[in-house]
Design a protein around this ligand. Sequence first.
Ligand SMILES: NC(=O)c1ccc[n+]([C@@H]2O[C@H](COP(=O)([O-])OP(=O)(O)OC[C@H]3O[C@@H](n4cnc5c(N)ncnc54)[C@H](OP(=O)(O)O)[C@@H]3O)[C@@H](O)[C@H]2O)c1
Length: 257
Amino acid sequence: MRGKVAIVTGASRGIGKAVALRFAREGVKVVVAARSEVQPHEKLPGTIGETVADIEKLGGEAIAVRCDVTSEESVNAMVEATLAKWGRIDILVNNAAIDFPFPCVEMPLKRWEVVLKVNTTGPFLCSKAVIPSMRGQGGGSIVNIASNAGAERGSGTVGYSAVYAVSKAGLDRFTWALAAEEGKNNIAVNAVKPWGVVSTEGMRMWAKPEDQIGWKSPASMVTCVMFLAKQDANGVTGCVAFDDELVCWHGLEVEEG
Ligand SMILES: NC(=O)c1ccc[n+]([C@@H]2O[C@H](COP(=O)([O-])OP(=O)(O)OC[C@H]3O[C@@H](n4cnc5c(N)ncnc54)[C@H](OP(=O)(O)O)[C@@H]3O)[C@@H](O)[C@H]2O)c1
């Protein structure tokens, strides 16, 4: 992995930040891509600059690039900034996502549309923008961060909204389609989703402390993203799986902290 270049969307906090830090520890150069340059809300810590500072404290290399994954212009500018800095892109982690956990009858159309734009159109735009470089280099790896919400039937207002479930079901389907399209170009495309709830800034903002019992750290997600980031189309591709499944199937060791 040393010397490779990875873009991680939504790396200002949560799972994306944990993934960015692990990449840096493994010698990967990291593009920390998200919107927050200043803390957006008192209950929502994390900025792209703070993630880069934390990576630099570990002796790693990273750049903060403000990027809104719903904007093709912003995504293309982020990819251009990456190529200008390091001249290659080996790994893309489509991690950025949002939700507004309201029932359908209370969901404003604008919010429905923005969830689809961030969670499903964003991975499409980012993948579209990095694939030409990956093809030119002879391969690469795209890792989508999926959710159980995309597949389980008890969705709706139980913890997340219907549109979040729709957006993540679309991401699973996008993963399979893109893996089929890019196999001949040696680009692996996979998705991993957490079994259970990962305690992140975004999740904690919506939940009462008593409802957070049993939530887990991002460690197993980080382990699985590292494993999938190492793949090309000769290895694992077209896989949509839980973190716990990948850990078991491939004998991965989960390192906490
Ligand atoms: N935590 C869980 O239990 C859980 C369960 C299932 C799936 N997931 C998935 O895991 C991933 C990470 O979740 P998390 O819990 O770590 O979330 P989080 O703490 O809410 O972080 C979400 C990240 O996405 C970024 N983001 C949001 N809108 C964006 C946009 N338009 N453009 C660029 N970046 C944007 C945010 O940064 P800015 O606000 O700075 O832009 C932030 O860095 C998501 O795909 C989520 O669906 C999480």
